[in-house]
Write a protein that binds this ligand. Structure first.
Ligand code: ZN
Length: 255
């Protein structure tokens, strides 16, 4: 992490973000026009969002708007570099939020909903390959990937999978005959739990209790780690040589 991004965490970041939020759509649109005169109006499926701007337009305008926002909110801390760093961080967050927001059935319209029997929240791309048969919300997930925290190597099977995910699944195919069933899919790495809401609630309570104990473990680990140190590579090399000699002596002796 760069040392200039560090000071913008916490209260300072909140101030700049609040200032950024008060920037009007017109401000951003103006900056977007200055920054990307040739970008055209290539709106994504998310158009109609708060500002009526595409993600690309907002991202293009962000450096100038963040610069202005920081000058206003934190004049004593302002530097162009710090403002640029902040804009970059905001852009990362925006990109992540937007990319994780697929189109809902409600956005696709009543015809789509009637055709597939979708509840408004359904984000399945019915009729395309890979789409699920049932209805689902967009998953929420950790940005941390499973493979980053798993030292067993097993998670490499699904290397890009998030550490944890959760989404609502509704099965209402031919509901008159088979009924309607709502489940929570709770994913952890390559594993998936399909839970009725009551059991999902139990899992949530267990997780809540666990986070408190996990916090205690992490706190303690940080204290204990204060005494950690790296070994001496020369002594380590000598140790490996001695070990190799010992193994040779045993294998030659038993011949
Ligand atoms: Zn659906």
């Amino acid at each position: 992490m760069s040392n200039i991004r560090q000071p913008l965490y916490g209260e300072a970041a909140v101030q700049v973000r609040d200032q950024l939020a008060t920037s009007t759509a017109e401000d951003i649109r103006q900056h977007a026009d200055q920054q990307t005169p040739d970008a055209g109006r290539e709106h994504t499926e998310h158009q109609g969002d708060d500002l009526g701007l595409s993600l690309a337009e907002v991202l293009a305008a962000l450096p100038a708007v963040a610069d202005h926002a920081m000058k206003t909110a934190l004049p004593e801390r302002y530097t162009p570099e710090l403002a640029a760093e902040f804009a970059q961080t905001m852009a990362g967050i925006l990109r992540e939020q937007q990319q994780e927001r697929p189109v809902t059935a409600a956005q696709r319209g009543p015809e789509w909903m009637a055709k597939w029997g979708c509840p408004g929240f359904c984000v399945e791309r019915h009729g395309t390959s890979g789409a699920m048969e049932c209805h689902s919300t967009a998953p929420v997930e950790t940005t941390l990937k499973a493979a980053e925290v798993d030292c067993s190597g097993y998670s490499e099977n699904g290397e890009s999978l998030p550490w944890m995910t959760a989404q609502v699944i509704v099965n209402n195919d031919k509901a008159q005959a088979y009924g309607r069933e709502t489940k929570v899919w709770l994913g952890y790495g390559v594993h998936l739990a399909e839970l009725p809401p009551a059991e999902a609630r139990r899992a949530l309570d267990a997780l809540r209790g666990f986070t408190v104990r996990l916090a205690a473990v992490v706190d303690f680990a940080e204290q204990v780690a204060a005494d950690d140190f790296a070994g001496d590579p020369e002594i380590a090399a000598a140790d490996r040589e001695a070990e190799a000699r010992r193994v040779r002596a045993i294998t030659e002796g038993t011949r």
